[in-house]
Design a protein around this ligand. Sequence first.
Ligand code: NDP
Length: 400
Amino acid sequence: MGKCMIIGCGGVASVAIHKCCQNSEVFEGIMIASRTKSKCDALKEKLQPITKTVIETAQVNADNVDELIALIESYKPDVVLNLALPYQDLTIMDACLATKTHYVDTANYEPLDTAKFEYKWQWAYRERFEKAGITALLGSGFDPGVTGVFSAYAMKHEFDEINYIDILDCNGGDHGYPFATNFNPEINIREVSAKGSYIEDGKWVETEPMEIKRVYDFKGVGQKDMYLLHHEELESLALNIKGIKRIRFFMTFGQSYLTHLKCLENVGMTSIEPIMYEGKEIVPLQFLKAVLPDPASLGPRTVGKTNIGCIFRGKKDGKDKNYYLYNICDHQECYKEVGSQAISYTTGVPAMIGAMMIMTGTWKKAGVYNIEEFDPDPFMEALNKWGLPWEEDFDPVLVD
Ligand code: NDP
């Protein structure tokens, strides 16, 4: 069917690459291009003998638009799948515009110097992508990603209007370390140490970090503490889903994680303000990342399950209705299949599916779109087929 260039070769990319290689009919060729080429070569060595997908590798600095343009022009992919870090979103979008290549990512742009999760920078590309006749699909991971597809599916099939959405992200996995993050530590800690917020009646309501706590009994996992966080898909879902009055995002955290995080915060280790150390400028959070366990190393040691989904409340045929759509994913099963834990798996699989939707022309419209703006049905089908089957509950316990 076509060729895909994958930028980045970390935890999420590794899963997406495994999945592309299982799906050679669509992904006839992939190029893995990242900062550290040896990681790309190691994956190629592992996967090329067992896949029909032709794998190429390259070194690229994705902060450099000219380098990206040259690489895209030489490989000529149908789609660029950005699985580097949020800081690279705009340079990669610029290179896609210059080469008229479709673009897919899993996280919205974030400037290095402020931990601010907003779509405004990427939405500003709408007209230019439309004029160039190419698609940018934003947020094709799990959350954002599958949560948006779930919302579009609920809207299409189960409701006339959705008034309340609670997104619940539960990780019941245990890696045995007192403190480690399941994906890029810098991005993860920036996210959880920021103020919380949710949208009510069209306005953002801000909370202190971890101020709002609830307890929920998750199927497949059990009872967990969860905390309200700001999350990027709230912004787009509040605009794209009809009738929204309130939308919130909760994530589970264990006590050990929170105690360590508080301590690291209190001593200044989570700061993103550069400091001088022995004549060299360092960012404390980036230094912390360097001493924490690499998320990729958690795969073999993580046991337990994740349960991520959305509880919808709204109206159907004039009557009140509640509906819960979720996926349960097992860390060890993911590890057996692709050598990664479930957090990378639940992001990497939808990233492959998003790229597939664009490559096959199943999703086709020029411009910059969030995932819930496309027909959810083919994506929902693909989730069942490619390892993230969903379950539904028509009488869920609600979050107060
Ligand atoms: P990793 O840190 O494991 O991987 C990032 C990769 O990008 C690394 O291979 C890194 O290279 C590469 N990279 C970083 N900077 C550059 C650059 N300037 N040029 C080229 N390559 C670069 O992160 P994850 O795999 O955990 O996360 C990847 C993305 O997925 C992030 O944007 C994250 O926010 C997003 N995400 C989304 C989720 C969702 O559900 N939507 C959930 C989890 C993550 P090197 O190997 O040299 O370090």
